[in-house]
Design a protein around this ligand. Structure first.
Ligand code: HEM
Length: 153
């Protein structure tokens, strides 16, 4: 069997399937195409930065809501109403919503780009993804900032 891939003259693999992956790992259609912006680099950076912030926000949320001071047993409408009376917790929850949604959407965008082979499948899956993100962000923002503790008003 012939060696398909070499690195500076050193044979790397003779397995045709492995050779294909080494030459063109994932997202093949982008090979040879150069983007004018650094969008993918910023998106990579965003995943790391939002990941760090999410650790603080999500684990803080988990501790406050489910562990500390009576934990889950004290959660009810009144508790949420009291919490959202404070701009601090509104902004905490808003950041959680925005960062998790954008992080998850961007991660799914990468997965769709990597795995869908057909151009129109890739396009429509991403449109569906972006639409769902807009709906979740829109509804979530509305709930956090228009929440009215006085039901019936
Ligand atoms: C504790 C909070 C989180 C941390 C520290 C974190 C960290 C990360 C990092 C560093 C990546 C990039 C991995 C890579 O490029 O190889 C990633 C990817 C991803 N994350 Fe998160 N994440 C967190 C929460 C979430 C949440 C809440 C969601 C869903 C809403 C999510 C969905 C994803 C998806 C879909 C990917 C793409 C996976 C892939 O490329 O195969 N993550 N995460």
């Amino acid at each position: 069997m012939s060696t398909d891939v070499e690195n500076r003259g050193v044979p790397v693999t003779s397995d045709p399937a492995a050779a294909e992956l080494l030459v063109a790992p994932r997202t093949r259609r982008r090979i040879g195409k150069r983007s004018r912006t650094n969008f993918e680099m910023y998106s990579w950076l965003f995943m790391r930065m939002s990941g760090i912030l999410l650790v603080i926000l999500v684990f803080g949320h988990l501790l406050i809501m489910n562990v500390l001071d009576g934990g889950v047993n004290r959660l009810n409408f009144g508790f949420v109403a009291g919490r959202w009376a404070s701009p601090f917790w509104q902004i905490w929850d808003f950041l959680q919503l925005v960062l998790a949604e954008l992080h998850g959407t961007n991660g799914m965008r990468t997965i769709i780009n990597d795995y869908s082979k057909n151009d129109s499948t890739r396009f429509w899956l991403k449109m569906l993804l972006y639409l769902s993100a807009v709906i979740v962000l829109g509804l979530g923002t509305l709930v956090i900032f228009s929440f009215n503790p006085n039901i019936g008003d």
